[in-house]
Design a protein around this ligand. Structure first.
Ligand code: LMR
Length: 345
């Protein structure tokens, strides 16, 4: 072998060794790095209400605070108004990792926990303040964790408010509801509540309610002022009763595995942001309850009826016996804790 050939062979061996070392080092680094270390984390938040509602505004505030405090590291994409999923499919998508945040009504979780049915008991919560008192209590916080073993992590309760009842006939006494078809969320307590009125409850996704009312597939519905207004239910219901007979409360939820795998500092910052937004949602909700009721009244498109004390008592007498069917399921101790909050508010 000539001197030159020897040199070429030696150089080739050196290059090969260096190349192998580089490949090994790169592969090791890639293996130990999580994608989130160098890639922006995208959090997809799907919900079913419009952007003008307490939940819609909460989602926007969450996104803005993340843009501000976690710029370049986390980005929130919001899909409002059922444009991606309804609540049932959203929870499935969340578990599959296709979305990362959702805030369905607690009434929609019966597949994952039986205890959240507590929030549907008619006339259980005196007012939104009593509801907040309970959700901030030890019992309330404990309850938020009951979906963990299903792979869902509850990040907080988001308030909407008190539900009102509507139909195309005045609903002044409970007998007025008899025989009518009412849309309900997917909750057995709500089903029992309307059966107690001798009415016909129909479980239906939120996005379908307006058309079902407009085409008389159903006769009536129950919801909060913000949903009645933003979804225009008042335009297709001749009568609305200020019944305040139930509450609409959400759970802001994520996929537990996804959440636990986030880098610590990001998760902690997100938790701080969520706590801040959760407080703000209370303000949005209290404000909406007043403004949206007023807007519905002013529209003149539905006649809004206020019940006398005696009339309201008749609704309580018919609906409240439903509690006994569910008190073991939801926990008598939880009911007692709510009643304590009622006494303080
Ligand atoms: C409903 O289905 O009526 C509500 O849960 C909608 C919502 O998210 O406020």
């Amino acid at each position: 072998m000539s001197k030159n050939t020897k040199l070429i062979a030696f150089t080739a061996v050196v290059i090969a060794v260096v190349a192998v070392v580089v490949v090994v080092v790169v592969m090791t680094v890639m293996k130990t790095k999580t994608p989130s270390d160098d890639k922006e984390i995208v959090i997809k938040f799907s919900h079913v209400t419009t952007e003008t509602t307490p939940k819609g505004k909460g989602a926007i505030l969450l996104k803005n605070l993340v843009d501000e405090r976690l710029a370049g590291r986390v980005r929130v994409e919001i899909y409002p108004n059922s444009q991606l999923y309804n609540d049932k499919t959203a929870l499935k998508a969340l578990l599959l990792g296709d979305i990362h945040l959702a805030a369905p009504s607690l009434s929609k979780f019966s597949k994952y926990t039986k205890q959240w049915a507590l929030f549907d008991l008619p006339f259980l919560f005196k007012n939104p303040q009593a509801l907040n008192c309970f959700t901030n209590s030890d019992k309330g916080r404990e309850l938020l964790n009951t979906v963990q073993n299903k792979g869902i992590k509850g990040l907080g309760y988001w308030l909407n408010g008190m539900k009102q009842i509507s139909a195309n006939r005045p609903l002044i006494s409970p007998e007025d509801a008899a025989g009518l078809k009412f849309r309900i969320m997917s909750s057995d307590v709500l089903k029992a509540q309307f059966e107690a009125l001798k009415a016909n409850p129909q479980k239906m996704a939120f996005a379908e309610v307006y058309n079902a009312l407009a085409t008389n597939v159903i006769d009536g519905q129950e919801n909060t002022w913000s949903n009645i207004r933003s979804k225009k239910f008042f335009e297709v219901q001749k009568h609305t009763t200020v019944s305040n007979h139930g509450v609409l409360e959400y759970a802001l939820v994520t996929n537990k595995e996804f959440w636990d795998a986030l880098p610590n500092d990001i998760r902690l910052e997100l938790e701080k942001i969520i706590a801040q937004v959760t407080d703000k949602v209370v303000e949005f909700a209290l404000e909406a309850a007043e403004k949206d009721q007023q807007a519905v009244v002013n529209s003149g498109k539905t006649k809004v009826h206020t019940l006398t004390h005696l009339q309201k008592q008749q609704w309580i007498d018919v609906m409240k016996p439903v509690w006994s069917q569910f008190e073991n399921q939801v926990g008598k101790d939880n009911i007692a804790a709510v009643q304590q909050c009622n006494a303080q508010n």
